[in-house]
Design a protein around this ligand. Sequence first.
Ligand code: ADP
Ligand code: MG
Length: 723
Amino acid sequence: MAEGLGLHTVGDLLRHFPRRYVKAGELTRVADLHEGEVLTVVGEIARSELKQYRDRRTNRMAFRLETVLQTDGPRLRMTFFAKSAHTARWQEGRLAVGRRGVFVGQVSSFRGEWQLTNPKMILFGVSNAEEGEADVVDSYGDLYPIYPQTKGVESWDIQRAVSFARSVVDDVPDLIPESVMDEHDLVDARTALDLVHAPDTFAQVEVARRRYRFEEALVTQVVLARRRAYLHAQGAQARTGGGGLLAAFDARLPFELTAGQREVAEAVEADLAQPHPMNRLLQGEVGSGKTVVALRAMLRVVDSGGQAALLAPTEVLAQQHFRSITAMLGDLAAGGMLGGAADGTTVALLTGSMGKAARAEAMSRMASGEAGITVGTHALLEDKVMFADLGLVVVDEQHRFGVEQRAALTDKAGFPPHVLVMTATPIPRTVAMTVFGDLEVSTLTELPAGRAPIQTNVVPLAEQPTWIDRVWQRVREEVEKGHQAYVVCPRITGDELEEGERDVLEVGEDDEVPVPAPKQSLSAVTEVVEQLASGPLAGLRVEMLHGKLPPDEKDRVMRAFAAGEIDVLVSTTVIEVGVDVANATTMVLLDADRFGISQLHQMRGRVGRGGLPGLCLLVSHAEAGSPARERLDAVAATTDGFALSRLDLDQRREGDVLGSSQSGFRSSLTMLRVLRDEDTIVAARQAAVGLLERDPDLGSAPALAAAVAELEQSRQSDFMEKA
Ligand code: ADP
Ligand code: MG
């Protein structure tokens, strides 16, 4: 019956929980009612009177049953119309004085009183359906459950089916072992089922929900704990160094590592020395110096005779990493060549847009082992790409890569390689524990010394349309001081979206992002670049960068900007991650409300990198007080990435938090909220680890083992579908 709800088994049905509950007496604030509002109310028939009248339209006799419903609060009129005497009498019998039930309908006012006309109802103690069907509704407590419904399937139908299922199912398998239930003070499965579907009090509902949340967290955490154990049990080659490359690199590093960088570096080094694969997530603000930490890990692996690969999310970033790594290494990256350092190695670049010959050349250096370090994009994941001895995979900006891509790369090594994942989007602890629960997490909290602060301002064009002139004047002043600026637009042309941008525009269907009128719209790279070059920024060197440009052109523009040959770079979010030009001091974000919070924070991290104070201007048509404007104000108010990330996540739905690559988990989380239920997740994680220590195969908890297997299976099938 309930195909549309995804309910196929009795088990599904019993796990279809009420969305809310109605209490007798809910109708207490009659003063707050609005015409047309749907009211769900529990009450008792206090008066019932059948009236006969002449229907003016048809000129026939008709009937109407006028009743008064007594709720815990005020009384409410309910009127039922009937065409035939037969129906009217039947209705009168059912709605006799003293009858209790739940009534749902739209309120309308009639002679100054609120009334329901032909409300739907479930009556307690009478058969609600056709003759012969079992009567199940009188088994309800004081709270009446309202189920999520879908077209064609009413809450009633579901509720009746659930009641029936509850009455016939006597064996409810308990996923949570008794010892865990005792320790965490949880009710058993049968009790939870009864309390969630037929509670007397909201406290009972909460008791049931607490158990279900724990159950979900436990299954998820057991899956993750098993995965950690599995990875741990795999052999990897310990990479303990030996060569002198890392030491030579450290000796020429122009700065001291921060305390945080040293700490993470030690943890990474210890991981690399283990005979099982490292699986570590390194998170840290934009500019916190993650790349240096990663490069040092790569050099350590090369010193141990192995190779390392750095996987970047975009072509621009791969090229930039390649350039900056080559530059940082200097003659250490000219191994085997005349003038190269004795301990040196070489760095290869592999991207999809490279010519055939260049690609073949890079691939042969990777396969022979000559290239100690390879930097690349998704092109690294292709089947024909081979390494001689891949010891470490570094994934930059994890949020662009799914678990499956990580797996594709790790498949390229004889032994599973060590894996270091880097992300600049700070991840709240419980999200990390749920989404990346198979990874160890390190966090860089401090920025390297000498980093100048970034000043962020909202430019509210809705109220101050002329301030845009001041924005361009400010850009001009910066350029006159010898600095450079970014102008970031949400789209390439009038009607195209930049890759990845769709996600952002769809964030939270509910928070209406005001779309500016086209004539005011500032948002397209190709248009903005022309307007600026021929208008307010005439005479400056203005160029554009976006994802649809030919790769050579992208590379040329980035190089020219890095070399200071371009004053103002008009671009899309391709500059979002990792792009590092110290002389760029100003960033103007046009239609800034089109970007997500984390994205804005990431992008402004592009300025203020070279010891020069940064300025970030968020230009927007969003009205003061609108949700879009509040997002911008939040970004302007703080540079604390964790606070912003939390705010961002709070505004999204759970599925977005967990990401598309985690859909196996997403669909398994119905009660749990990773941000809200931190305590539950932490407790469940401990319980999961404890259980597996005592009983690795979960032989003593067959129902849990089955649920875990099912979740592992669903993750596996997600993986297969995408591969
Ligand atoms: P992230 O990848 O975390 O955004 P990067 O590793 O790109 O940060 O570092 C940003 C800039 O800071 C780079 O120019 C880098 O050379 C520099 N940097 C890194 N570590 C330090 C340090 N300890 N002291 C000074 N500058 C540093
Ligand atoms: Mg970086």
